[in-house]
Write a protein that binds this ligand. Structure first.
Ligand code: PZK
Length: 286
């Protein structure tokens, strides 16, 4: 892409500048597990994530405006508005897992929310909770309290961010649950436009920004199977990998099963056939 300046790399995505106001987000087919990007790609994974994000952007603009301008014909590239990103990760948890479970075990609290006693790992919370974290440049984001988040974005902005994040989560979790997928938790990136209006950015309700669990296998009291990455995790465990770089190459059957799970999540949630999306990516916006 001549005239297109690379501005940032994520583990599995790239950002390019189209001009002063617009960015291009490109989702690759790379996959990470246990925080390591594997040497083997999952064909179409980036397209699934791009299509899912666009689908959710189109269905949540009554809650908050978003950065989406359009999808490219490659089905993996999103043109978007360039924003001033807020310096907090906006996490909402409907279930107690991951770092939330660790914090709950240690203190009975997550980000200043006191939770009921006796919760089991992966249990549904009485109400979804907003649990902001810092954006770590390297390593893991660190959970912070609402007071610490208010210092980073301002108290009034934080009230708005929390309300929007909880409303987005409630909307998508109910929608997904009706289609057999539990959205255990999710992470949003929000920014401000030129008028200082709050705008939803990045990727939304994808398996990379959220935990997707198959509802029919839900069994609190331990960790849950991942809707999308379980075959990858099981394979990585089976070969005795020590979870440090580099990760193992994936065999063809694990790649095929994993691709099928991504496509299944896309089709269950969007109701659009994946082939129809590839033929005309913007069908997910209708
Ligand atoms: C922005 N990231 C995360 C890092 C990626 C993504 N609309 C926007 N305006 C300004 N900045 C960003 C966005 C969005 N979305 C998002 N970093 C900056 C990120 C690395 C690779 F693909």
């Amino acid at each position: 892409m001549p005239d297109t300046v690379h501005v940032a790399s994520g583990k599995v995505r790239e950002i390019y500048a189209l001009d002063d106001e617009r960015l291009l987000l490109v989702a690759s087919d790379r996959i990470s597990t246990f925080d390591v990007v594997l040497p083997t790609e999952i064909p179409d994974k980036g397209r699934v994530l791009t299509g899912l994000s666009a689908f959710w952007f189109a269905r949540t603009k009554h809650i908050v405006p978003n950065h989406l301008l359009g999808l490219r014909d490659d089905a993996r590239s999103t043109e978007c508005r360039r924003l001033a990103m807020l310096p907090v990760e906006c996490v909402v948890r409907g279930y107690i897992t991951g770092s939330g479970w660790k914090d709950y075990l240690a203190s009975g609290e997550v980000c200043g929310h006191r939770l009921p006693e006796g919760l089991r790992e992966s249990e549904r919370l009485p109400e979804p909770i907003f649990t902001p974290s810092t954006k770590a440049q390297t390593g893991h984001d660190e959970n912070i309290t609402r007071e610490q988040a208010a210092e980073l974005v301002g108290a009034d902005r934080l009230v708005e961010v929390e309300r929007v994040a909880l409303e987005l989560y409630r909307f998508a979790a109910a929608y997904a649950e009706a289609r057999g997928i539990i959205l255990a938790d999710t992470k949003f990136e929000l920014g401000l436009d030129e008028d200082s209006c709050l705008v939803l950015a990045d990727e939304v309700f994808t398996p990379d920004s959220s935990r997707f669990w198959p509802a029919d296998a839900f069994a609190p009291g331990g960790p849950q199977a991942s809707f999308d990455k379980q075959y990858v995790r099981d394979y990585c465990e089976s070969v005795g990998w020590d979870k440090t770089y580099p990760g193992p190459e994936l065999p063809d059957d694990v790649v095929a099963e994993t691709r099928a799970k991504y496509v299944e999540a896309f089709q269950r949630l969007t109701g659009v056939s994946f082939d129809d999306f590839l033929a005309d990516p913007e069908v997910v916006l209708q």
